[in-house]
Design a protein around this ligand. Structure first.
Ligand code: E4P
Length: 237
């Protein structure tokens, strides 16, 4: 499964990229507004930092406006995937932009039938918002299960991008169901790394290491084993 960062914050993006953890980025108008920066230069900077798809959301309500924005956004950088909402106008724009070879992420998906429509319109990604369904006491993960079944039944190539992820269990369950991608805030990505037994284990290893006498701990590059070539021969130094 691919992991995307749901953020427009460059510091968070740089940090996640440095872990080798993320395959792409999703943004939305709320996340962009939080940064207080000019939209287009910010999106270009994000694209330069990430080696993968970067979702950039349209802000028109009608299909003509979404298509106009989508064409401009897609021309900004090869990583851009245009985000259109799951409305009638959004579907019209998705159909047309997809026909023009522009990748579209259909966002704000809350039902299996909506997902079916997005796939039929030619969406590259469709984003089920599982956390927002959970917030209404509905089962967000069930939406991903239903979408997976439908897409497999009819061999749609549209990828399921699990979104509105709130915690690591969402990520694990989405992976088990077979979502293609999970996008999450930086706080959730950090939670994926953390385990108290890892922290406790490391503390124990390092405190045991401290008990070694200083001479035994001494090392330098020249005392390290000589690197071997691919063929296994020892390099002369
Ligand atoms: C995805 O593309 C959306 O930006 C995001 O996952 C929305 O999540 P939220 O419900 O936490 O705002």
């Amino acid at each position: 499964m691919k992991l995307f960062l749901d953020s427009a914050n460059l510091k968070e993006i740089d940090e996640a990229v440095s872990w080798g953890a993320i395959d792409g980025v999703t943004t939305n108008p709320t996340l962009v507004a939080k940064e207080g920066r000019e939209f287009v230069p910010l999106m270009k900077e994000i694209c330069e930092r990430v080696n993968g798809p970067v979702s950039m959301e349209t802000v028109s309500r009608d299909a003509a406006g979404m298509m106009e924005e989508g064409r401009v956004f897609a021309a900004l950088h090869q990583h851009i995937v245009v985000k259109c909402p799951l409305t009638k106008e959004g579907l019209k724009a998705t159909r047309q932009l997809s026909r023009e070879g522009i990748r579209v992420n259909v966002t704000l998906c809350f039902s299996p039938n909506q997902a079916l429509l997005a796939a039929k319109a030619g969406a590259y990604f469709v984003s089920p918002f599982i956390g927002r369904l959970d917030d209404l006491s509905q089962d967000g993960l069930q939406l991903i299960r239903d979408m997976k079944t439908i897409f497999m039944n009819y061999r749609f190539s549209t990828q399921i991008l699990a979104a509105s992820i709130r915690h690591p269990i969402h990520v694990m369950e989405a992976a088990k169901i077979g979502a293609d991608i999970a996008t999450m805030p930086f706080s959730v990505l950090e939670m994926l790394v953390k385990h108290p037994l890892t922290d406790a284990g490391l503390e124990r290893f390092l405190s045991d290491w401290e008990r070694l006498p200083a001479e035994a701990k001494r090392w330098k590059a020249s005392s390290a084993p000589t690197p071997r070539s691919k063929a296994g021969a020892v390099h002369a130094s």
